[in-house]
Design a protein around this ligand. Structure first.
Ligand code: 48N
Length: 320
């Protein structure tokens, strides 16, 4: 019986240097030593019979899975886990990525698309308002805005969120696990009998959403000494971690978000961003649910600065 590789007729693209597990003894084709193509080169190629470099489907699969599973292994022990990649969580990640390139930071985001509620300014309008002094965060990030005196306006919320996201994802010590939900918290009993949060329990979000209609689908875990929870106040998983603290009797009850009052809400959220229980820092709109703070509606300065504060709180743990 001929070896499997002899059964294939199409030419193989150059394979990765990692030896094939399957025992195929396929020899990689000579790598094309052409200089890297430029877009200008393309133009003349359309006519000459444009052609992509050859590939084998398994190479795509291996390129994705090798990296993903290496990341899962690397971040199984993280220094900080951020739950929720909305404007607050991403702002915290940005500050941490800048301040501590030595720390491993995992971001767990339930949605396929990170960014939370910050893709539009309010009622599906594009522009995003931030009250001063949050313009300092926009300048640090490099997002242009129009100055209206006591507040500034970013012409499209997506400009803020996409810039923030691109900066966060470019940090080599930060890994975003999107389409992944935190569905529980890892806890430890401390010597004085109190409880400390010591990591998160995760699953594919689609699995988390179907625990009630499928047999047991156990989760995965990430150990970390510090969790920053910024899961927002609404949405299918809104305020997840603080609701879990109530159901595990770590806090008595939720204060419940109050009505809209921009001036009161934004000051309160930034001031109160803190470690709610040992090991768990809460910021952004999730905090309004635990403290009973007002909501602020379509203004995002508190989200950015709550993220800045949450990062500072987290770094205290690593300074002690
Ligand atoms: O944008 P959000 O919802 O949360 P924040 O706090 O970053 O920003 C809130 C802000 O968008 C507002 O609500 C504005 C200011 N309006 C205020 C008002 O008065 O209406 O992002 C939370 C993220 C989302 O992307 C969720 O998908 C994600 O957290 N998430 C989770 N990810 C993983 N595991 C979970 N259990 C989970 N729960 C939520």
């Amino acid at each position: 019986m001929a070896p499997p590789s002899a059964l294939y007729t199409e030419p193989f693209a150059p394979l990765d240097s990692v030896p094939l597990k399957s025992g195929f003894d396929v020899k990689p084709l000579p790598v094309d030593s052409n200089k890297p193509q430029t877009l200008e080169d393309m133009a003349e190629k359309w006519e000459q019979g444009f052609k992509f470099a050859p590939i084998r489907e398994s190479q795509v699969s291996r390129a994705m899975t090798r990296r993903y599973f290496t990341d899962l292994d690397t971040y199984a022990e993280s220094d900080i886990v951020i739950v929720g990649a909305g404007s607050c969580g991403l702002s915290a990640a940005y500050m941490l990525g800048k301040a501590r390139p030595d720390l491993k930071i995992a971001i767990i985001e339930a949605s396929v698309s990170p960014g939370g509620g910050a893709w539009l300014g309010g009622q599906l309008f594009s522009a995003m308002v931030m009250r001063k002094p949050a313009d300092a965060f926009l300048r640090d990030l490099g997002v242009p805005f129009e100055d209206e005196g006591d507040f500034v306006v970013v012409k499209h919320a997506a400009l803020f969120t996409s810039t923030l996201l691109s900066k966060v994802l470019s940090f080599p010590n930060i890994k975003l696990f999107n389409a992944t939900a935190v569905e529980d918290l890892i806890t430890r009993q401390t010597s004085d009998g109190s409880l400390r949060i010591a990591g998160v329990v995760t699953n594919w979000t689609l699995v988390t959403m179907h625990h009630d209609d499928q047999s047991c689908m156990d989760p995965n875990t990430i150990n970390a000494p510090v969790i920053i929870s910024t899961t927002g106040h609404d949405g299918p998983f809104g305020a997840f971690c603080v609701k879990r603290l109530v159901s595990m009797q770590q806090i008595e009850k939720l204060g419940g978000m109050r009505g809209l009052d921009m001036n009161t809400a934004e000051d309160a959220i930034v001031k109160r961003t803190r470690e709610v229980v040992p090991g768990l820092i809460v910021g952004g709109m999730e905090l309004s649910e635990v403290d009973g703070a007002n909501r602020m509606g379509p203004t995002f300065g508190a989200m950015a600065l709550s993220g800045v504060k949450a990062a500072e709180e987290a770094l205290k743990v690593f300074e002690e």
